[in-house]
Ligand binder design. Sequence first.
Ligand SMILES: NC(=O)c1ccc[n+]([C@@H]2O[C@H](COP(=O)([O-])OP(=O)(O)OC[C@H]3O[C@@H](n4cnc5c(N)ncnc54)[C@H](OP(=O)(O)O)[C@@H]3O)[C@@H](O)[C@H]2O)c1
Length: 244
Amino acid sequence: MSNNVSKIALVTGANKGLGFEISKQLAKQEIQVILGARDIAKGQEAADKLKQQGLDVYPLTLDINNVESIQSAVNTIKEKFGTLHILVNNAGVMLDWTTSVFDITLDTLTQTLQTNLYGAFQLCQLCIPLMKASGYGRIVNMSSTLGSLTDMSDPNSHYDGVQSPSYRLSKTALNAVTALFARELRGTNILINSACPGWVQTDMGSEAAPLSIEQGADTPVWLATLPDGGPNGGFFNSRKPVAW
Ligand SMILES: NC(=O)c1ccc[n+]([C@@H]2O[C@H](COP(=O)([O-])OP(=O)(O)OC[C@H]3O[C@@H](n4cnc5c(N)ncnc54)[C@H](OP(=O)(O)O)[C@@H]3O)[C@@H](O)[C@H]2O)c1
């Protein structure tokens, strides 16, 4: 860890896509990034890529579907870094792009909630005490406009043709996680917010998406580095509040 480093950040699902870009942008701000990856070989490869660009990130095994993996990752962070200041709950899956809500199986719903909701929830529970001890915390839950109840109810929504019922449900619930933790964190220097990155060119977003990965990372990185007194318990896209 470089001597200039003042903050420690954990980014989940950071071996590719938005998580990788968020890690890069945070590391460029002299933040010590812990790059979470469920497959450590992919995590190491991603860390090596950043190293070639002069950015020193620490790859860590973290499968957010696995309670023991989450606990073990947090223990390693405590032992190696002593604290944590920033958590970006980025890892996510979309398993049901074209399936109707009438046809979704409980198995798909459970798998989606496990990754997109429970892992993020457990990380909030385990990481916030570390942030409380250091008197500083920024948490970003990577959500989506597809999880917005307002957007779902709007027949004129740009996304009305998208199905993804279990994905939508997982992101709606993740937004509730943001609101619930924010409620109990009022008055502290720990700020938790949901981010929609927009529709972004990643493996999940596909090449048809209008936004580059750099553009998609902008709002989550902004929320991860908010100044003291910044917003708490909000939902943001393009750095602007959006409807739940
Ligand atoms: N792209 C978009 O247009 C868009 C729009 C709105 C919101 N989002 C949200 O942004 C976040 C990042 O999406 P992305 O577009 O970058 O997707 P992506 O390219 O598919 O990357 C997803 C990342 O999550 C990881 N992951 C999946 N399951 C995991 C698990 N159980 N434990 C740990 N890591 C796991 C993947 O690891 P592996 O490589 O091992 O699979 C990968 O690193 C997601 O939460 C997504 O819902 C994306």
